[in-house]
Design a protein around this ligand. Structure first.
Ligand code: TRP
Length: 453
């Protein structure tokens, strides 16, 4: 064991930890998924429920993962083996690795679209197109075979190359530079969007709650989105925190990451909805929202060519800092449990994810008739992972920390063995023992139809 501890890679600085973890959290989930899920679920009221879930449940689940990861210094599966030897808790880790496979395959498909849009921005491909033309440009592209597949593989390969370079020289090095730049660009886009004529409708849609739009499904979607956006519930943060130094303060890191993640999601909403309304596009237009609406804005604004290029470049980068965090879950597992070299583990993981990824990529084209429960492969994996596996994983993680690991070990980890004051500890314990498990369970039972709220 000591040998593994000594040879394990780790993050080099606090900023590196925050950049990497925020890099994982901030991704397509914020800039692509959040706006369209808000759009489909009626706007402002969804946002309020979402914020409540982030604070009351997301943050404590995040901290729980940090406790598990940093105290065990292992991958998502090994962590449970170390902390609960001989007990079946490692199955939570297994579920996490399975969820990582699913998420990575559909996520990288969308990340690949980003590369197509970088290319189109570069080639000035949006210029002079009407919103209807931009819309069919997107739907036509996504129902093709070769181009989406090409971009999918390019994206997988980039992810793999960063992972092979390691934690400090790969993950940390790239996220430290790219995250601040993303923020700057997004703020610029927000300013442009809210100054468009007819923009206020979008702000109202986002910030003025209409509670009549709330259904049980909305609540479930809000929880799923919170888990997805914060990268919690499947061991990504267990894996990342296992590389965090014992000197860092887990409480402040998780708070910074949750705030940054939420802020970026809201900013993405502010960049998108005012423009959606200004151009008379339906806010509930689903997965195409970012890929149709934004080109429309860019081709109208001064300097749009540059902004378009920058935006899709940075969307790709945001996606990359997230795909690497998901791939790292699988690779850390392969390296530590199957004793593969990092390089072998990476290519093995990348290869197997690609098999499912191909099906996701072709979900609107060659494989559009393959449906289960009325969903194509892509939507099915998205739904199962974000709305079922992540909340279930989160439930088991908080129950593990609240009821199995126990208050002394949790407190020791959060207080760095008693050196720090953790004023929030009683509230944290209360949430992980009772509130979070009950809330997550209720949303579930409702979902499978056992109760009606
Ligand atoms: N949070 C990322 C996003 O919003 C996606 C992501 C990365 C993720 N790692 C994860 C989602 C782990 C769930 C679990 O884009």
């Amino acid at each position: 064991m000591s040998e593994i501890l000594n040879t394990r890679d780790s993050f080099g600085s606090k900023f590196g930890v925050i950049a990497a973890t925020a890099g994982s959290a901030i991704g397509l989930g914020n800039i692509w998924r959040f706006p369209y899920v808000v759009g489909e679920n009626g706007g402002g009221a969804f946002l309020i429920i979402y914020l409540a879930f982030v604070l009351a449940i997301g943050l404590p689940v995040m901290l729980s993962e940090f406790i598990i990861g940093r105290s065990s210094q292992r991958n998502a599966f090994g962590a449970f083996k170390v902390l609960a030897p001989g007990k079946p808790w490692y199955l939570v880790g297994v579920m996490g690795v399975v969820a990582a496979f699913m998420i990575l395959s559909f996520y990288t498909a969308v990340a690949g679209w980003t590369l197509e849009y970088i290319y189109q921005s570069f080639a000035n491909g949006f210029a002079g197109k009407s919103s209807a033309e931009l819309s069919s440009m997107f739907t036509d592209f996504r129902s093709e075979s070769w181009r989406p597949l090409l971009w999918f593989f390019v994206f997988m390969a980039m992810t793999a190359l960063v992972i092979i370079a390691g934690v400090k020289n790969g993950i940390e090095k790239y996220t430290k530079i790219l995250m601040p730049v993303l923020l700057v660009i997004l703020v610029v886009l927000c300013i442009r969007s809210v100054t468009l004529e007819g923009a206020t409708g979008g702000l109202e849609f986002l910030f003025k709650p209409d509670f009549s739009k709330i259904t049980a499904r909305t609540v479930l979607e809000a929880l799923g989105q919170a888990f997805f956006s914060l990268s919690i519930g499947m061991g990504t943060l267990i894996t990342y925190s296992s590389y965090v130094s014992k000197k860092e303060t887990l409480g402040s890191i998780s708070f910074s990451v949750a705030v940054a993640d939420t802020m970026i999601a809201i900013l993405a909403g502010v960049a998108i909805f005012p423009a959606v309304f200004a151009f008379g596009i339906e806010p509930g237009s689903g997965e195409g929202l970012v890929y149709i609406t934004l080109p429309n804005i860019f081709q109208q604004m001064a300097g749009g060519y540059v902004f378009s290029l920058l935006f899709f470049l940075l969307l790709g980068v945001a996606a990359l800092t997230s795909t690497i965090s998901v791939l790292e879950v699988i690779v850390a597992y392969f390296v530590e449990e199957l004793k593969l070299s990092r390089k072998k583990a990476t290519w093995l993981a990348t290869g197997s994810v690609s098999v499912v990824g191909i099906m996701c990529t072709l979900s609107w084209g060659a494989m559009k008739n393959v449906e289960l429960f009325g969903m194509n492969v892509f939507s099915l994996l998205d739904f199962i992972s974000a709305n079922i596996l992540l909340p279930l994983g989160g439930l088991l993680i908080v129950v593990f920390v609240g009821w199995f690991l126990g208050r002394n070990k949790a407190k020791a980890e959060l207080s760095n063995e008693g050196r720090l004051k953790v004023v929030y500890f009683p509230a944290f314990m209360m949430i992980v023992k009772f509130i979070a498990p009950i809330a997550i369970a209720l949303v579930f039972l409702q979902q499978i139809g056992l109760i009606r709220l």
